[in-house]
Design a protein around this ligand. Structure first.
Ligand code: SF4
Length: 124
C-alpha cells in the first residue's frame, strides 16, 4: 500500500511541476504578443545604426596617391593598388584600386592610416 501512495504522490508532484512550466512558457508567449513588430520595410525604411557602426568602405579615386599604406597595414592581400610611375611629373599615377571583400575583416586600420582620407566607412 505504501509504495503505491508514494508513486501516486510523486506522479502528482511531477504533473504540477509540468503544468507550472507550461504556464510560465505560455505567459512569456502572451507577454510578447503586445510588442510592436520590428520588421523594417527596406528600402522605404532604414535602421538607425549606432555611432560606431562599420559599414561599406567608400573609396575616392581622385584623392588616392597610390602610397599603398592601406595594403601594407592589412598584411593579407585585401587591397590591390595598381599604379605606374610617371617620370615626367615624378609621381605615381593610380590605375586601379580594389578591395577583396571576400576576406575583408571589419575594423581594420587601413582607413585610419590613409594619409589622404580617401577611404571612409559608410553607414550602409
Ligand atoms: S592608403 Fe589611401 S592614399 Fe594610400 S594607396 Fe591606400 S587608399 Fe590610396
Amino acid at each position: 500500500m505504501f509504495p503505491m501512495v508514494t508513486s501516486f504522490k510523486k506522479y502528482g508532484q511531477l504533473t504540477i511541476r509540468a503544468t507550472r512550466y507550461f504556464g510560465q512558457s505560455f505567459m512569456i508567449t502572451l507577454s510578447q504578443a503586445n510588442h510592436l513588430l520590428v520588421t523594417i520595410q527596406y528600402p522605404y525604411e532604414k535602421l538607425i545604426t549606432s555611432e560606431h557602426f562599420c559599414g561599406r568602405i567608400h573609396f575616392e579615386f581622385d584623392k588616392c596617391i597610390a602610397c599603398e599604406v592601406c595594403a601594407r597595414v592589412y598584411r593579407i592581400d585585401l587591397h590591390v593598388v595598381g599604379w605606374k610611375f610617371e617620370i615626367d611629373i615624378q609621381k605615381k599615377l593610380l590605375l586601379n584600386y580594389s578591395i577583396d571583400f571576400g576576406i575583408y575583416i571589419f575594423g581594420g586600420n587601413c582607413i585610419e592610416y590613409c594619409p589622404t582620407n580617401c577611404l571612409s566607412m559608410t553607414k550602409e
